[in-house]
Design a protein around this ligand. Sequence first.
Ligand code: CO
Length: 211
Amino acid sequence: MQTYEKLLLENKAWAQKRIEDDPEFFERLSHLQAPDFLWIGCSDSRVPANEITGTQPGEIFVHRNIANLVIHTDVNLLSVLDYAVVHLKVKHVIVCGHYGCGGVKAAMSNTSYNQVLNMWLRNIKDVYRHNRQELNNITDENLRTDRLTELSVIEQVQRLAKTSIIQKAWKERNAPDLHGWVYGLKDGLINPVYEMKANSEIDPLYEYHNL
Ligand code: CO
């Protein structure tokens, strides 16, 4: 059997089990999704949003990319954010990074990963530059990487608050709250490192007054 065929077999078994536990499960979900959460996580296969938060299909709207970055020109990310915030009206947006992130490690190195990845990871290098003094003072390389991971998550949350999508939602419905979390591959635990409640103060330079 090919490896991908196992996925299809497992899928059949999973669907069967779901129906046994809750005969209406698929029928109910097929009509409506009303998740409270938007999850912006790393594509890393070891950080599955639903599994590590004990949530079910229908509970979390998910966007994943390499190193969970919020890039203000990324049409993919912005479409997901717009849909989740404006249409699904999620109550919380969570940016979840993880310790041991390959993207963060790559950004800390001087290796070229060819232009597209270089372009993407450059955003993390910028976070390093903005926090150079603090990071350079950490002598242990793993601890330095961990701290950059946390600082990057904080930066991504702040970038969310700079979008007109979030600012308009804050004005109209005093939500969503923004959260920055870092998941530990070694212990499976999430470390909440940052939070911006709805209508938190932001740098006036990025404030829109005509929303
Ligand atoms: Co990662």
